[in-house]
Design a protein around this ligand. Structure first.
Ligand code: CA
Length: 110
């Protein structure tokens, strides 16, 4: 979740210096690898709130390991529709011995 902080400082010369800072302390970061136990090709990306992130075409049906910095919903489709699985909190998952192996192709925040 992004937080927007606005603050203004009034200087002795009656100038207003206004600054806007954007902090993304709770950004959702997802790290994926194509092999078990976080081996093989790896990619890591940030998922902005309210958006669906699909894998590049050459990653379709290849994801075997996933790390996530916050709750993430992973879906079999490329548009975050249909069959999806929610992974709560911050954790690592290895799908090599599950029905979810090589299935997830899009991701969004919870
Ligand atoms: Ca794989």
């Amino acid at each position: 979740m992004r937080s927007l902080n606005n603050f203004c400082v009034i200087t002795t010369s009656i100038l207003f210096i206004c600054m806007t800072t954007i902090s993304s302390t709770n950004a959702l970061i997802v790290t994926l690898t194509q092999d078990s136990n976080f081996n093989g090709n790896r990619m890591s990306f940030e998922i902005p709130a309210g958006t669906c992130s699909a894998l590049p075409d050459d990653w379709t049906n290849t994801v075997t390991s996933m790390g996530h910095s916050d709750c993430v919903i992973a879906c079999f489709s490329r548009n975050c529709q249909g069959v999806c699985v929610e992974f709560t909190g911050q954790a690592n998952a290895d799908f090599s011995n599950s029905d979810n192996n090589d299935k997830f192709n899009s991701f969004r925040g919870c």
